[in-house]
Design a protein around this ligand. Sequence first.
Ligand code: NOJ
Ligand code: CA
Length: 553
Amino acid sequence: MTPALPWWSGTVIYQLIVRSYSDGNGDGIGDFKGLAARLPYLRWLGVNTLWLTPIYPSPLRDGGYDITDFTGIHPDLGDLASFHRFLTAAHSQGMRVILDLVLNHTSDLHPWFQRARWAPKGSSERDVYVWSDDPKRYAEAPVLFRHFEASNWEWDPVAEQYYLHRFLRHQPDLNYENPWVQDTMLEVVDFWLDRGVDGFRLDAVPFLFESEGSRCEGLPETHTFLKRLRERVDRHGRDVLLLGEAIQPVQEAAPYLADDELHGAFNFVLTAHLFAAIASGRIQQLGECLMEAEQAVCGPRWALPLRNHDELWLGDGHLISDEVIQTIRVGLPQGQGHWLNWGINRRLAPLLNGDPRSNRLLHGLLYSLPGMPCLYYGDELGMGDWPGLRDRDPNRTPMAWTPARNGGFSTAPDPLLVLPPITAPGYDYRVVNVEVQKQLPGSLLNWHRRMLTCRRLLPALRHGSFRLLHSPHPGVLVYLRCTEAMTVLVAANVTAAGASLSLDLSEWAGERTREVMWGCEFPPAAAEWFVNLPPYGFNWWLIGEVEPAATPA
Ligand code: NOJ
Ligand code: CA
């Protein structure tokens, strides 16, 4: 008998920022009360896992990734009781909830850091963070937020030493050489699992340990700690998802997915190649990247993001080649400007110049490739951004619910809003919002819902095997997703021109072929099976007689 699949196998992850999602008490800031009220929408849409960016007390100098208390709730969002009410409601509506957990650093306002800087040099309190008398230590570790910081070290006049911060200077790195740090962070994990959460998105996992002469990423000691973390999670005796954020090449990200380590990891290389494919109209490197990821670890364990709350991270040539970075910069309508740190600071829709065809194509790939598709809140509407805002705030503006004031996000007066709702031309919330798009059968929102429904009915798309087929067209990606009972064929045209091609389906000669979304019949499979795809067009076909609805969910 095949073992039961964990709940997260093939799950669709919806990422949201609680403070930007829905305001339940009218103070201008999204909260758990507001989010709980939106659960029926999320269920209607068809996503099954909610990933909440950090919800903890924080001075919010890095969107909450600067934490002052790992076991509390930011008072703007509610309290542990309102979190619990939300979690229970999400579970009762069939959704799982994973929390962002920042292992690598805290806020400099965290009591641990304040204690550390005042404690004597070499004391156990000081030792909770990474200190040095020499800011040239670990010189090969790149500065990640290069538009904000010039060094990974900051002088602390109280401690009279430098402290390490791989991110912003107010985010000192915890010292994982210190057993107290390891034990305490494992207690944090216990705390949230005891409260019923279903998993964690582990922020910045590669950076837990440092070593001279290296980039200080993914060191063996880091993997050893993550295995300890996994063992601790397993003790809870239920399926939990540990999803690592390692913005690294496939070969460096794959070790996090060892059987005794994390369950999932984001495939950011794939994200970059998806954009590069659109930018260049060519699929060769995308295909190679898919094969590499598939060979490194079995496909369903990769999480597949298009966009998120950060800039579209392309890196310094370590993640993907300079040539691919250049392809994206030059080929994407918004690729040239809006550069932040090592990536492009735009939301998906503006990045694609508002073209719904490429938007659908990219999501069509995400929903049919092996892994856990990640949908960023608002991208189901083609929501826009506010490029003038500071740091990554352009991508974090309030969700657009209705054409009413503030897009239905909040009843508060405008100056109190967490961030301004989008009124940019082409993306105005009076047009681009949930209420309006629900009523338009051809809207992007209804399209997403339909695609997610189809995906639910097709187990092959959730956990079937993956096979790339030979494509006679340089701009059309062709692949199969198969379970024993079901074969789904996918063809996707990444070019701005129509494509017609002939596929060799002799393996299934004479079998019925049906397009999935609208159920229309195609000619039976044959050695020369012709397909026409419009610009940025794609299709999913079922091969054979199996009925989607009759297959096990
Ligand atoms: C990655 C997060 O996605 C980003 O938003 C944050 O600034 C850094 N980690 C630091 O926590
Ligand atoms: Ca509120």
